[in-house]
Design a protein around this ligand. Sequence first.
Ligand SMILES: NC(=O)C1=CN([C@@H]2O[C@H](COP(=O)(O)OP(=O)(O)OC[C@H]3O[C@@H](n4cnc5c(N)ncnc54)[C@H](O)[C@@H]3O)[C@@H](O)[C@H]2O)C=CC1
Ligand SMILES: O=C(O)C(=O)COP(=O)(O)O
Length: 839
Amino acid sequence: MASVKIPALNNPFVSLSFKSRLPSSFSVTFRDNLRFSRSSSRPQRRFLVVTASSASISGKPTVLVAEKLGEAGLSLLKQFAIVDCSYNLSPEELCTKISLCDALIVRSGTKVSREVFESSGGRLKVVGRAGVGIDNVDLAAATEHGCLVVNAPTANTVAAAEHGIALLAAMARNVAQADASVKAGKWQRNKYVGVSLVGKTIAILGFGKVGSEVARRAKGLGMHVIAHDPYASADRARAIGVDLVSFEEAVATADFISLHMPLTPATDKILNDETFAKMKKGVRIVNVARGGVIDEEALVRALDAGIVAQAALDVFTEEPPKQDSKLVQHERITVTPHLGASTMEAQEGVAIEIAEAVVGALKGELAATAVNAPMVPAEVLAELKPYVELAEKLGRLAVQLVAGVSGVKSLKVSYASSRAPDDLDTRVLRAMITKGLIEPISSAYVNLVNADYTAKQRGLRITEERIIIDGSSETPLESIQVQIANVESKFASAISDSGEIKVEGKVKDGIPHLTKVGSFEVDVSLEGSIILCRQVDQPGMIGKVGHILGEENVNVSFMSVGRTAPRKQAVMAIGVDDQPSKQSLQRIGEVPAIEESKLLLQLCAGIFAFGILSSAVVGYGNGKIFDITHKITSQLPTFGSVNGLGQFIWLVASIKNGSTVNVSEFKLGTHTGTHVDAPSHFFEKYYEQGFDVTSLSLQTLNGPALVVDVPRNNNITAEVMKSLKIPRGVHRVLFKTLNTDRRLMHSKQFASDFTGFKTDGAQWLVDNTDIKLVGLDYLSVSAYDDAAPTHHIFLRNREIVLVEGLNLDGIKPGKYNVHCLPLRMEGADGCPTRCILTA
Ligand SMILES: NC(=O)C1=CN([C@@H]2O[C@H](COP(=O)(O)OP(=O)(O)OC[C@H]3O[C@@H](n4cnc5c(N)ncnc54)[C@H](O)[C@@H]3O)[C@@H](O)[C@H]2O)C=CC1
Ligand SMILES: O=C(O)C(=O)COP(=O)(O)O
């Protein structure tokens, strides 16, 4: 009755829902009145409201201090609040205590997870991070729960810089190794001959607060200091006697490299096999920034290959690192346990800075160091929402175009509007552009209060210009133009005739669009990522580029070409839903007639700008029904399916039109929505032995289930599985991962570093639990590298069913009943699935 044709995937990451050898796209014919029932769920939209007023009955709010805080900060807090200092709490203890607290203060050692916010029952109003990095705080959860997060970004700068210098000297003179050797009863004077610092070149990567303090001190040691920071002011560097150079020059000429940049998508593993290969043989490396800026495995290789002579590390990708870590145990590596900020003085300073911010926030003041403060009051947002989104995206776009070593010093923003100047408050728009420009490149968080200050602190001068145009004053703005002067660009055509990087945007049908790059008119919606190409205008260019992207199944959402004149210079802007691979970009660059190309990433607005949530929750009796299906729509990517998604469902023949039966057909891509995974993709014999979805155990797919939160920034390893403490007797578990926070669902392999099961995690699950239904909120249950072995472990005994691509947004961890209804198609061993939870 049903014919099934299945897309063959060429992307190894994506496990198939269907037998891969079958041809592309499948169609199924149903007879009778088959209707696809959709739940009556209505997406609810709500706006973020962050308030911070104290609400304790005794009159005094309670502040839980979960890690050691300097005395001065404690006394400040005690003047205003009841202070509970409880250190070394287990996650469970923290969750229990938190419901009695209005504020929480931590350093980097306490994970403030979603569970903490959920357990607070709405009482927790402020989280204070006594330091800079807020990697340990689940910001998205904080924002969703209306909890303000504040940090202390300046008080430990000098301490971190001093620790960098301490590690530099200790490494060069083998202090730690020699100390251990003497204590072991040895006296090895020849073994520990060191190297001198004077006269050597040190490259500071990241010339911000800490980097510039390290530079000053290195100068005092007689070192030649160079720095790389594409966004730092060259004047400020010159004032300290430091030359700003390109990344290539910095890594190739340095005897010592010291890292001081924040961990961002652009700096993630910025030191890797490729960059190590370009370094001077015998280079020495110091890292007091964040572990993730170094590819730690590549560092071990570079040490063993003799490229890197020594390294000194205060920070690690995983903290604490594993005891048997090759990196930590390497004899030419000096390590400290994240001590950068740990001086008496810095901790006193940080304690005061954070106590003031927390008390201020509890009094209802908006702290300048607020990390997730709302940018836009709700009433302003109603009218300005698409424009503030446009402003931030133009800022993000402009900064990604900057190259060279002169730094971003001046920014000019022009607003074209038919409204009178005092009828349009541009403060919010200016703050959003500043946010877009600064947040992707620094450890600063920009809010309405601190935007101008943060810009000034970074030496960034912002000028604004109003252009009054004729037209209806109903729309607040016609366009926004952002110009950065005196810089080079990674995409030369972004430089306008007058010499600045120039981008301009408009709001069309409520959606921000990029309308000008340099002197070229384009028209592309500012969503996903954008590829810019400069070319000689000629027929066939769109097809050539589209073909390269299509081969990789990168979905093109928009394309537009702006040109100076027919067959002259043109700029093509291509909006893509998925990030293309380096190879594809290289191929695009190699197309004859394309003169330059550049990928601009992450145009999405920061999650803290507006906390709009949608969820599919329906009340039912006294309980609730949650639809946790990612529905299959024609907008979903198809990951290698040639025909992709066609018509979703249509009536080929209907009784209404004279047929004796209703005949429906539909065509789907694979692996894009919620589905039962296809074992045959990883396990040939399943298919040979006649396994298909009709033989799936509905008992496995329906019944009591647990939704659990796994730690973010980590794959599901044996250790993680163990820490979840899932009792024996639990048969169905849905795992909530980073995907739910970051909506990584359709970003392909780029997200798989921290969303899936590792082999050991799968093995642990099989060996130590009774779980038979493994649900995950991502496209594949397994981490990319481990795809095949992990699936083999899960599927080996034909007992475990994998449901992938669940939509767990807004679902709190806890007990539910799960009901998964697979679309049972003959001959297919995986299939789209409708899943709901009841509570
Ligand atoms: N080990 C520890 O205990 C401590 C670590 N830190 C860490 O040190 C780092 C620096 O902190 P701050 O100086 O306060 O931050 P900052 O924001 O003042 O400076 C960071 C600098 O990095 C630059 N940068 C961004 N992307 C870059 C890129 N791709 N290449 C080169 N430079 C780039 C920025 O332009 C900025 O100037 C952060 O990661 C922070 O978390 C800070 C304090 C203590
Ligand atoms: O401030 C930072 O970013 C740090 O890394 C310092 O962390 P700590 O407060 O010492 O746990």
